[in-house]
Ligand binder design. Structure first.
Ligand code: FAD
Length: 302
């Protein structure tokens, strides 16, 4: 069996694997797609100490760093179940079962898509999901934010300080964000809020040039010219497969303590699949290191 088995090969999992392997303990990583979300990222400008890089390049460096150590990397493998017996068992989709004394869950998350024409086509060409990451690319431009929940309104407030104008499109008749956020939003001069708006299409040629929505009250179609669309309708953690084995929040995020421990002894978690406050590469790597040190500590004590 492994001493530490990491499930997920994104920034959090890679960091956890390096930290575990450096303790000289038997470490494995099982991942559906090594690299994780950064494989879909073009420019990364906030990974501190690296002024600018690209996602696939960072993913290759992560893999290279993990392979410096004696880590068993099992790629293209999907975990479908977790059970605690004498050891912790991870079932894979192909029927195999991996056993380990400790497990670090780092299966990440995915942005919920609006699923309209143009969204996939213009991803990274005006369609964005992370204001902390891509906001500065739209300096002085007009953008829309789809979604009037807390994350949408936080994004709109954040973007309003960088871009020329922000249009918020909310499907429902009311914004769902906390009232303090709404008050702040409505105090800004360069924000327009459109409720009852059903996004129909993100338009463009080689990059985004506008958005079309239907006013759900009147049925009328409208088009706004702009250069960017931030989709903020939810970040979904990849944790369904865990069922009730460990505590998760209402949103499905794995609840962890300050050492990265979950409610099941020996099982730790890190990165975007957890209830950590913000979801960023540098934050997920930090929590991967925390979870690996937490797992090592657990091994020493048990
Ligand atoms: P992930 O990167 O999501 O990795 C999850 C890993 O788990 C993957 O290997 C996946 O294949 C695997 N996995 C999932 N389910 C299973 C399963 N059942 N069995 C086995 N393996 C599984 N952050 C920044 O800091 N700066 C940026 O500029 C930036 N830009 C971004 C741009 C885009 C388009 C996106 C989508 C995200 C961006 N982010 C950015 C956010 C950043 O990518 C994430 O915060 C980070 O990747 C989280 O790392 P993670 O390891 O927790 O999860």
């Amino acid at each position: 069996p492994f001493d530490v088995l990491v499930v997920g090969g994104g920034p959090a999992g890679a960091s956890a694997a390096v930290y575990a392997a450096r303790k000289g303990i038997r470490t494995g990583v099982v991942a559906e797609r090594f690299g994780g979300q950064i494989m879909d990222t073009v420019g990364i400008e906030n990974f501190i100490s690296v002024k600018r890089t690209e996602g696939p390049k960072l993913a290759a460096s992560l893999e290279e760093h993990v392979k410096q150590y004696d880590v068993d990397i099992m790629s293209s493998q999907r975990a479908t179940g977790l059970q605690k017996k004498d050891l912790i068992e991870i079932e894979l989709e192909n029927g195999a079962v991996l056993k380990s004394k400790t497990v670090i869950l780092s299966t990440g998350a995915r942005w919920r898509n609006v699923g309209v024409p143009g969204e996939a086509e213009f991803k990274n060409k005006g369609v964005a999901y992370c204001p902390h990451c891509d906001g500065p690319l739209f300096e002085g431009k007009d953008v829309a934010v789809i979604g009037g929940g807390n994350s949408g309104i936080e994004a709109a407030i954040d973007l309003a300080g960088i871009v020329k104008h922000v249009t918020v499109l909310e499907f429902a008749p009311e914004l769902k964000a906390d009232s303090v956020l709404q008050d702040r939003l409505y105090s800004l001069p360069n924000v327009t809020v459109i409720k009852n708006a059903q996004t129909k299409e993100i338009t463009g040629t080689d990059k985004v040039n506008g958005i079309t929505y239907v006013d759900r009250e009147t049925g009328e179609e409208h088009h706004i010219e702009l250069q960017g669309v931030f989709v903020q309708i939810g970040l979904v953690p990849n944790t369904d497969w865990l069922d009730d084995t460990i505590e998760r929040t209402r949103m499905g995020e794995i609840v962890v303590d300050k050492k990265g421990a979950t409610t099941l002894p020996g099982v730790f978690a890190a990165g975007d699949c957890t209830d950590s406050a913000y979801k960023q590469i540098i934050i997920s790597m930090g929590s991967g290191a925390t979870a690996a040190l937490g797992a090592f500590d657990y091994l020493v004590r048990n």
